[in-house]
Design a protein around this ligand. Structure first.
Ligand code: ACO
Length: 374
């Protein structure tokens, strides 16, 4: 029997397994975590509750939540050897490289172990500490110890700035963390699942996922989005600027998505948040750049339906809560690690090695010529 194989470049439309974590309806613009619509989730939960939901499948009771918060708090400090490692890295390092290196180091010194929930909690708790430690060191400041009484979002801002944030900033970052926590079989999550499928450990899976998140086609877009908004400067310059970008063969950062053929629901919620946290003039600029970008892309790619993706208003929100631009993607990782680890746990609970194929297009039947005759 001949097996017919089709090439699915970029694995577009390929179903690689089943999952009960996250549902994306790209035509309707819906995102669902474990059965709960993202609008409901963002309006009513904290990041800690969402992490519990992603890891365990159900919302926590009061006792379960307080137990998880305690475990997260206890896991926030990073060991001395990790602090020393971060201090040894060049101050000019890309923050995602620092995070990738540090999570990798965190996974050393212990025997290979099947991923479990304690790994998920430890990594999720430590990423904000790692980011903040490096950010303060490169600014010539001593790292702050985590504050146990603060939640995930408030403690992150505290460790970066040394000041307890106001409730508006805390709420904005908490919502950002919720919205970015999981998103189906995106490139970094798929990477994490591939690693886990080989019976490797959680630290290796998350380290690899961080590498995948770094690229601008995935998690590396928000810093270029902010740069785009700054370069455009005023709404009347948006159209010419964007047309020039497209003419030069470049992509408009923060627009387009593999799955959404309408507005990304996370972009809608982040737009709403940005309208209260960002500088009014800057928010208005972003809104008009969004409108112009959608129109210009509609003319350029009429069949594609390109709208703003999550990264567009992520950039505006993260900027408005005072995060440094080059910490945007590492902050994304502080949220997505909940989803990565939930997916790793799901993968190992019902594992099959992920091992796709390529269609071979190279030469065949060649014979090796001795080196002095080549
Ligand atoms: N600007 C200009 N053209 C675009 C854009 C964009 N932002 N997005 C897609 N297109 C065009 C492509 O050039 C392509 O045109 P072609 O068919 O003539 O070659 C067509 O639309 C389809 O693009 P693909 O790359 O096949 O679409 P895909 O679904 O694979 O890409 C992606 C999704 C990578 C996000 C893309 O829209 C993009 O590059 N956007 C800009 C970068 C970005 O915002 N990244 C963050 C994504 S959100 C996240 O990962 C968390």
């Amino acid at each position: 029997m001949t097996i017919t194989k089709t090439v699915a470049k970029g694995l577009e439309g390929v179903i690689v397994g089943d999952s009960s974590i996250c549902l994306i309806d790209g035509n309707e613009g819906r995102l669902i975590y474990r059965g709960y619509d993202i609008h409901d989730v963002a309006a009513n939960l904290t990041f800690e509750e969402v992490a519990y939901l992603l890891w365990y499948g159900d919302l926590p009771t009061r006792t379960q939540l307080s137990d998880l918060k305690k475990r997260l708090r206890e896991e926030r400090p990073i060991p001395g050897n990790l602090k020393a490692l971060i201090r040894s890295l060049p101050l000019s390092s890309n923050t995602l490289d620092v995070l990738r290196t540090t999570i990798s180091a965190l996974g050393t010194g212990t025997p290979l172990k099947k991923p479990d929930i304690s790994d998920a909690i430890s990594i999720t708790a430590k990423i904000p500490t790692i980011n903040a430690t490096f950010d303060r060191l490169r600014r010539g400041k001593e790292p702050m110890d985590p504050r146990p009484e603060l939640g995930h979002a408030a403690n992150y801002i505290y460790m970066l700035t040394g000041k307890e944030p106001d409730s508006i900033k805390t709420d904005a970052l908490n919502k950002y963390f919720i919205l970015l926590a999981d998103h189906g079989m995106n490139s970094s999550t798929f990477t994490a699942r591939i690693v886990a499928s080989t019976w490797s450990d959680m630290y290796s899976a998350v380290t690899a996922a961080i590498g995948a998140l770094k690229g601008p086609l995935h998690g590396g877009a928000p810093a270029p989005v902010l740069q785009m908004l700054k370069d455009i400067g005023s709404p009347d310059r948006a159209e010419a600027w964007m047309r020039d970008e497209l003419k030069a063969g470049r992509r408009l950062m923060g627009f387009g998505h593999r799955l959404y053929r309408t507005t990304d629901p996370r972009a809608e919620i982040l737009r709403e948040i940005a309208s209260t946290t960002a500088d009014k003039k800057f928010f208005e600029l972003a809104r008009q750049v969004e409108e112009t970008g959608i129109r210009v892309l509609q003319e350029d790619k009429p069949d594609r339906k390109l709208y703003t993706n999550v990264e567009f208003y992520s950039a505006v929100v993260m900027d408005s809560v005072g995060l440094p631009t080059d910490l945007f993607t590492a902050t994304f990782a502080a949220s997505r690690t909940a989803g990565w680890s939930a997916n790793v746990l799901e993968q190992v609970a019902n594992n099959r090695l992920i091992r796709p194929e390529t269609e071979y297009t190279g030469p065949r039947d060649r014979k090796v010529v001795p080196i002095d005759k080549r």
